[in-house]
Design a protein around this ligand. Sequence first.
Ligand SMILES: [Zn+2]
Length: 341
Amino acid sequence: MTSLRRPAAVLAATLAAALLAAPGPATADRADAGRATVNGKHVIAISVDGLNPRALNRLGRAGAPNLHRLIKDEGAGTLNARTQLEMTVTLPNHTSMVTGRRIKASKGGHGVTWNDDKVTKTVQQAAGHDVASVFTQVHEAGGTTAVYATKSKFWLFERSWPKAVDKNVIQVEKNGAVVKALRSDLATDPASFSFVHLGKPDQVGHHSGWMSAKYLKAVAKMDALVGSIMDQVSSTPALRDNTVIVLTSDHGGIPGTKNHAIKTNREDYRVAFAFWGAGVAQKDLYALNPDRAKPGRSRPGFGASPQPIRNGEVANASLDILGVGPVPDSLWNVEQDLDWK
Ligand SMILES: [Zn+2]
């Protein structure tokens, strides 16, 4: 199922550009004219659902060449970031990624503790008050946003921020299809902020076990899809000098089990976090950020100072790249001091 919405202003701008442009093949200039960007930049946030960083070591450079390029060889990354503390499950962690908040509502969190599509509440209803997000901030700054996801529970985002999620592509368990939709939009009308959810490793982990042969094969497939997004960025003149990919995961998963919900297990709470693209340093992300503490094997609590790098930093890091201030009342990276260049 796909729903598509564009704000009237963007539609008008696109129409005006189409009318002004001379007839003939589309050019980069013509495409630019109809495109709303924030500071001329684009961010593509990618979450690989259930990616245990162990899989990258197991597959090696040969088996996962693109994720190695993105996280280690060309980008600023780490395989030792942390999830949210309260839960290591999908929807709560993704809601933290887009709001910059922790989970627990009574402590200022977003309150999304369910993990299915049966609950039809909004984030605002879960929190008990208004909750802003990376989508609302990009939108207020004049940019556009898009969501490409492979689980139906991700309708939560459009339901919660209907005016700020301009495009919502949800193709259940169709990772190739959502990446194809993203790449098509990147070629013609890229959003300022695109959020991509790739669910296959989690899906296969639940069926066959984390780190099983089938799971590793699923991760290798995601590597190829992420590589196709990187290639699209590199080969598109209108994107290559102004686009950054931010990659992380909602949680890992325990090898030999079909489980990732034990929040105190390192196999669940350890995730990758990386930046790749225009202007991004090629460096270990902790080396680039001495004001974040390498957690080793531990699970630092909310009181730890400094904090480790967390998946919840996606929202404010993305806004930083776009030149937009942080999500109001957010927690993770609210100072926007997670360096990427
Ligand atoms: Zn799962």
